[in-house]
Design a protein around this ligand. Structure first.
Ligand code: F6P
Length: 365
């Protein structure tokens, strides 16, 4: 009987519980045993009761729960071979030979590395006497499949990551609330949203709320962004707008690659010699990541979880580690490392201030 384990890793995102529920139930439906690894890679390294066998009813009601009920962690030990050796040992002790990981690009890179190293980890476990060659023989091929859970929608090769539409809904709701008080006092608000290297949340929230101005990492405003923003806001005020909303991604940059901060934007809007607007800053922070998943993320997590189990069962030793994506409304499988490397290219382009390249890469995603 095949034993498939599921874990969530990196930053949590709404919809991860839907993934775990779908993987557990699909694994059971296919006649396999299902396991959950609690606390991300930490659970794999520590083993013990952090690796638990799951039954159908164990995941009952999980679709409507926020965060990840099996926990997640940023695990330093897994970066070291010693940690990965312990992880391999714990998998064999539990009879697990297939792993489904839902996380961001960092977690998925770790997964691919683990799979590449697997044969040498087994050799070492035999050489140091932990297991006999016969004991490790059934585990010679490790199948790993990735699912992208992130609110940032920052992975190349997929139209949406699990959780991004929930975070977007949360941001829009928050801006709606802010707008009421902004209107009442005729104030300006600078709203900071998440997205270290990716402006998707800021951009889409700006479009969805009709914000006056948006700052994102991939496309910094022109050198004269100060004048540009002020003249747009001034125009909006002149035609009777009582509220001003500027949305800024936490990773927003100017053309020289310097960070544009909410305080810089606020000072500009409030400048007595300029617009002189009564301005406040609201940092939405982790409110964006918490809470229940919207329907789209529940649907995405469920369909992709089912596909991940199918992918694990169909994989052969020659299959590249794959990631489950959604492209033009179709659930697909793609080579995991290609998606991760393309994602890294965008971050690198932003780092060296090649913003044209960053935008071109985003456009082709
Ligand atoms: O999941 C990505 C993200 O939401 C980023 O946008 C943000 O910078 C980061 O997580 C913050 O996460 P944490 O507080 O868990 O380090």
């Amino acid at each position: 009987k095949k034993k498939i384990a599921i874990m969530t890793s990196g930053g949590d995102s709404p919809g991860m519980n839907g993934v775990v529920r779908a993987c557990v139930r699909m694994a059971l439906h296919m006649g396999c045993d299902a396991y959950c690894i609690y606390e991300g890679y930490e659970g794999l390294v520590q083993g013990g009761n952090l690796i638990r066998k799951m039954e159908w009813y164990d995941v009952r009601g999980w679709l409507s729960e926020g965060g990840t009920l099996i926990g997640t962690a940023r695990c330093m030990a897994f970066y070291e071979r010693e940690g990965r050796l312990k992880a391999a040992k714990n998998m064999i002790l539990n009879g697990i030979d297939a792993l489904i990981i839902c996380g961001g690009d960092g977690s998925l890179t770790g997964a691919d590395k683990f799979r590449a190293e697997w044969p040498s980890l087994l050799e070492e476990l035999v050489a140091n006497g932990t297991f006999t060659a016969q004991e490790v023989h059934p585990f010679s091929h490790l199948n790993i499949v990735g699912l992208v859970g992130s609110i940032d929608n920052d992975l190349s090769g997929t139209d949406a990551t699990i959780g991004c539409y929930s975070a977007l809904a949360r941001i829009c709701h928050a801006v709606d609330l802010i707008e009421a008080t902004a209107y009442s006092h005729s104030r300006a608000f600078v709203v900071e949203v998440m997205g270290r290297h990716c402006g998707w949340l800021a951009l889409m929230a700006g479009v969805a709320t009709g914000a006056d101005f948006i700052f994102i990492p991939e496309k910094p405003s022109e050198d004269n962004w100060r004048e540009e923003m002020c003249s747009i806001v001034e125009h909006h005020r002149k035609i009777g707008k009582r509220k001003t909303i500027v949305i800024i991604a936490e990773g927003a940059l100017d053309r020289e690659g310097n960070k544009i901060t909410p305080t810089m934007v606020k000072d500009l809007l409030a400048d007595k010699d300029g617009l002189g607007l009564d301005t406040r800053i609201t940092t939405l922070g982790h409110v964006q990541r918490g809470g229940t998943a919207v329907a789209y993320d529940r649907m995405l997590g469920t369909l992709q979880g089912v596909e991940a189990v199918k992918a694990v069962l169909e994989a052969t030793p020659d299959t590249k580690t794959c990631v489950i994506t959604i492209n033009e409304n179709k659930i697909m499988r793609k080579p995991l490392m290609e998606a991760v490397l393309d994602t890294k290219k965008v971050a690198k382009a932003i780092e060296r201030q090649d913003f044209e390249e960053a935008m071109a890469l985003r456009d082709t995603e």
